[in-house]
Design a binder for this molecule. Structure first.
Ligand code: AMP
Length: 437
């Protein structure tokens, strides 16, 4: 088994990496597809697309270790659309962990199928059955589904899997984490044996590795982003803060210049509601998105955020994957995520496809254990910023001295790393508090 590690390579700066030389026009794609890709404004394939599209076009199975933001959807959907024909029933089935991701992948499929009669539908729970039943009865060629609702349709005898020759498991690690293994197995039992399988996963724990080996044959393994690392172009900041000072610090930060579109993650749904209320009381427009909110509210919140009508979205991890909004300037971990993988996925919402972004994490004294496991996972230590009025530990001279000795590890745009605030000149402090100025 050969895993091709591609690194990131997604910055807009010219790169001498040979994988960047490939163009979509070198890839034996149909004219309609090339036109659709051009209409999307995709000028060059991303590294994972460079490897996965030709392999997929050749009929090979692909295992992609890639997180959202690497262009993985195009990597599996472009060959899928090239290999099917309109009017011949359901031929591509993509399974995704969340509703938001299913909708996003289906939207990408519609955009990439532009100029052809290939139809795609997203199927997920929490919404009416009508359009989904119609899409299945009409033999839409591409279905992108969450496993639970898809099984409902299968059990009601509405799904004909006999012509599905292309199966995608997207974010396989997340699907297993969410307990979808039995549903995935049920779908697999109904699938033709002869088929092409594309499995994409941000991480490759044993369960996913075993699934990949079982489901694919002679697969091309491609690693776009080393597991557990964060994307290039994202500057990370960790603020030391007393728990009771968190709302004040957040309010201060979101009022700073450059904080244009902000996605804030909280650990709990109640926490998200409380924070949204606080922001609104301060006259800052914000929406909230979590699984206790009705689907229509979630969709509306997402739309308002994506179109820039509201610049702050407070969410629990429901938004972590599949939330594909361009131009998120800041992702805030209002609570340090308990699972280090969640940190990687959350902050992947900013710095999408080569853009730059900022990830800000609020760290209280009780988070230090969790922070240790995050540092372990990232393979590097992170330095905290200590602002005297919010800091949980006063001015921690020890840490700031050792940080100064170690040199800067956090990528502060001002080159100040974790100098204690007391050590900064007034100009440095001002620059730190107003990064856009
Ligand atoms: P994904 O990793 O599939 O979620 O894609 C992340 C973002 O990158 C989406 O907004 C895509 O529209 C965008 N994207 C995918 N492929 C390309 C490409 N070749 N060039 C520019 N943007 C892309």
């Amino acid at each position: 088994m050969c895993v091709e590690a591609l690194g990131f390579g997604m910055t807009s700066a010219p790169s001498r990496d040979p994988v960047d030389i490939a163009r979509f026009t070198d890839m034996k794609l149909s004219d309609e597809r090339l036109a659709a890709i051009e209409a999307l404004g995709w000028e060059m394939p991303t590294p994972i697309q460079v490897k996965a599209i030709p392999a997929g076009l050749d009929g090979a199975d692909v295992v992609g270790i890639a997180q959202t933001g690497t262009g993985k959807t195009g990597a599996f959907m472009i060959p899928a659309l090239e290999r099917i024909r309109a009017g011949e029933g359901l031929q591509v089935l993509a399974l995704c962990p969340t509703r938001e991701l299913a909708q996003q992948v289906s939207d990408d499929s519609v955009a990439l199928a532009k100029g052809t009669s290939i139809r795609s539908e997203a199927i997920f729970g929490g919404v009416g059955y009508g359009p989904q039943i119609k899409a299945l009865e009409d033999g839409f060629e591409v279905i992108v589904a969450t496993p639970g609702r898809f099984i409902d349709h299968m059990q009601s005898g509405r799904v004909d899997l006999s012509k599905v020759g292309y199966l995608v498991l997207d974010e396989a690690d997340r699907m297993l984490d969410m307990g979808f293994r039995p549903q995935i197995e049920d779908v697999l039992r109904g699938m033709p044996r002869k088929r092409q399988t594309m499995l994409f996963s941000a991480t490759m724990p044993h369960g996913v590795h075993d699934l990949a080996l079982r489901l694919t044959q002679d697969a091309v393994w491609i690693e776009a982003t080393p597991s557990g690392t964060t994307a290039e172009g994202i500057a990370e900041f960790f603020y030391s803060v007393k728990p009771e000072k968190k709302p004040d610090l957040l309010l201060k930060l979101v009022m700073e210049p450059g904080w244009d579109q902000v996605l804030i993650f909280t650990r709990t749904k109640a926490g998200a509601d409380v924070l949204e209320g606080r922001l609104r009381r301060e006259g800052i427009q914000a929406d909230v998105m979590h699984s206790n909110r009705q689907m229509k509210h979630r969709t509306r919140a997402l739309e308002r955020f994506a179109t820039g009508k509201v610049r702050i979205l407070v969410a629990t991890d429901v938004a972590q994957r599949g939330l594909d909004v361009e131009g998120i300037s800041h992702v805030v971990n209002y609570d340090v995520p308990l699972d280090p993988e969640d940190y990687v996925h959350r902050i992947g919402r900013t710095g999408r496809a080569g853009a730059t972004g900022n990830a800000v994490t609020l760290v209280t004294a009780s988070d230090l254990g969790v922070l240790k496991s995050l540092e372990h996972r990232l393979g590097r230590s992170v330095d905290k910023i200590h602002l005297p009025e919010f800091d949980y530990a006063g001015t921690p001279q020890t840490e700031s001295r050792s940080a100064a000795r170690r040199g800067r590890k956090s990528r502060s745009p001002h080159g100040m790393g974790s100098k204690a605030a007391a050590e900064l000149t007034p100009e440095e402090l001002e620059a730190l508090l107003n990064p856009g100025s």
